[in-house]
Design a protein around this ligand. Sequence first.
Ligand SMILES: [Zn+2]
Length: 347
Amino acid sequence: MSVSPPAVLRRRRPRRLSLRSHSRNRPPQRAAIFTTVKMAICSRMPAIRSALVVTAVWLIASGIYFAFRDDVITRLIDEQMELQVTHEDRIAELRAQIDRIMSQQFLDQEQVKQRVNALLQRQARISLSLDKVEQKQAATLTEVEDHIDTRARQMHTVLADLGINAGRASAEGAPRFVPVKQPADDFERQLYRIDVGRAQIDRYRRTLITVPVRKPVIGEIEMTSQFGRRMHPLLRRLAIHSGIDLRGDLGEPVRATATGKVTIAGRAGGYGNMVEISHGNGLATRYAHLSEISVKIGQVVRIGEVIGRIGSTGRATGPHLHYETRINGEAVDPQKFLRAGSTLGDV
Ligand SMILES: [Zn+2]
């Protein structure tokens, strides 16, 4: 059995809707809704437009992105690789630089070590050299001290043999005073002894200035008559010869054999023209038969000063110098003094 539609539905056959009929037939509510929707759409148009623009931009950007994505990635990778290579090169360069610096530092350290070693060796050599210098210095000082000591003893002995008081000098050549403070160092003590010895020699020298130990004429002397008993050439009998006769040419200069003061300067009997010089400490010298006298009584004469000239005045057979040395007025052999002068050398 077929079922037939309800009567209402059958009657209401579907009608073709047209806009005109719709608008003509639509109910007022639906129109209101339509109006409301239309107004809402119109009010939101800017937002929708913006959204559409954004969407379009996004689509374009996406398209561009997907279109150029591979190129960008490739380029980025290339840039990354290039950067990496650059960094690796830079790192290699820095490592090489560090290696160079380390090598340089090593070389510098080696050089410093070598220099330090060289300095140490040099210091050792200098120290050794200083030791040698010190030894040499000590040896030289000892030699000087020995020389001064020998010289002081010699001068003292010569003066003692001549019967001359050597002043403040003691027999051993040591000083009579004791210094306030003795040097503590060996070197200083040696220097001190040398100073004492030199001072002693200076005192002897000052004493010897007034001791007639030098020759009255320059050059080698030739003695024609000695001191003492002899047959007088003119008197033809034994007589005491109070001096020595020295050969010389007429007019040859005669010189003072020590510093002193002239006590006689003129004619003196058989002496002829004579000069007598007092040297102090009882010492005196006489120069006789002079052809010329160059000094006056009271005059102070120095060692080697010309006092007159060789002649043959007085009792003389020919030009020669009669030379005397006297101690406290008593004639003594001048050769004793001349030998002393020869022993002492240049004083
Ligand atoms: Zn004589």
